[in-house]
Write a protein that binds this ligand. Sequence first.
Ligand code: ASP
Length: 466
Amino acid sequence: MKRILITETANHVGKKVKLNGWVQSARRMGKMVFIDLRDVSGIVQVVFLPGNDKMLNKAKELRPEFVVEIIGHVNERPEKLVNKNMPTGKIEIEALELNILSESKTPPFEIVETEKEEVTEEIRYKYRYLDLRRESNQNMVIMRSKFNKYIRDFLHEEGFIEIETPIIGKSTPEGARDYLVPSRVYPGKFYALPQSPQQYKQLLMVAGFEKYFQIAPCFRDEDSRSDRAPDQFFQLDMEMSFMNQEEILNLTERLFTKLVTNLFPEKKVTYSPWPRITYQEAMEKYKTDKPDIRINKNDSNELAFCFIVDWPYFEPELKDGKHIPFHHIFTAPRTEDIPLLEYEPLKARSWQHDLVLNGYEVGGGSLRIHDHKIQEKILELVGISKEEAKEQFGHLLEAFQYGVPPHGGIAPGIDRLLMILLNRANVREVVAFPKTGDNRDLLMNSPSEVSEQQLKDLHIKLDLKK
Ligand code: ASP
């Protein structure tokens, strides 16, 4: 007999079905046993009636989180026993056979969530596989999968090509610290995990793919905040050739407007089209470059997207005599401002665009430099010497001499968008396996020590005094 999912039971009234799942709760009532059975699709009530004593005795042993197989008869419930709060509330399963597939210790916390959360984040993350059994987390993980699928389908439809870029690669600066990976084969040399696939995606434009995307893991060694994980996050990384800024913004707007309408019908997008606000206007009017332009800031279903455009290229303050770009060093200066780079670089504006939602920066991008001379000029202004530039970015400067299309892109952050769309308090709550705010993985227990031999292989000597 083929197993069916719990949500399908309602279509099998009067028939025999086979179900698999976890015991959510078990209650004895007189000579009967009732359980709520849970699988990935939902919950259904199963009743064990007197008559088959062997089965009934086994049913009396059932405890929460046991894994079982049940063959049973799908019965319609009498009118007064219908449970309107359950999608399967009109039926119940009358058990005919019970098989215990695995037993469970008493979990360290209740899987059924209550209004008042009593369990700490430490315990939830240590037992994340149990935490993930909870309904809200099951929904989160499933929504995340639908979200990513929607993006993929939409972009394929628009002619984008999904391309994976290396995880173990070379440092690409996005303004954070790198996660380094020591090389075993080349003593003293290191790979870096990508802060973003920025250089690779630009090289893919040089390679002629024209429309690239990837749901890319990005690694930045930063202190954690509610909207920033301390280790890695995912972004929808996109790059396009022969498109102007407005075309890039328009595509982004179409994608997320459709996505929200289809996957989050309870949400309302306040403005259409999304306002394009200049950096100067944002600073003057809202005193921030991430304005929250919602009409009702208490409405958790309101989504007020906007783009911030027309950024100054550099931050107003130099650091150690070096210019600090607002975005990154691959961003193109606005064409009419290129001469300013020579004598008044702080006045030059760029083709940067940020995507802002409800006061959060949920993405950034720009049109890129595609002229190696301008790229060299920017590298000089940020204080990267000619030798360093050659060593760090020689490949890009060289590639730019072989016919490079004008290109640009954007990278909306998957975690931040989901945090807002799913009304979660922080980005940790929208990934399957989060680290704590202080960067520990309590489930796998990392970071952790490694063996002497591993260190030796990697030519590493620890200096832990201090
Ligand atoms: N690489 C940028 C970032 O990670 C996004 C972009 O410029 O497309 O913020």
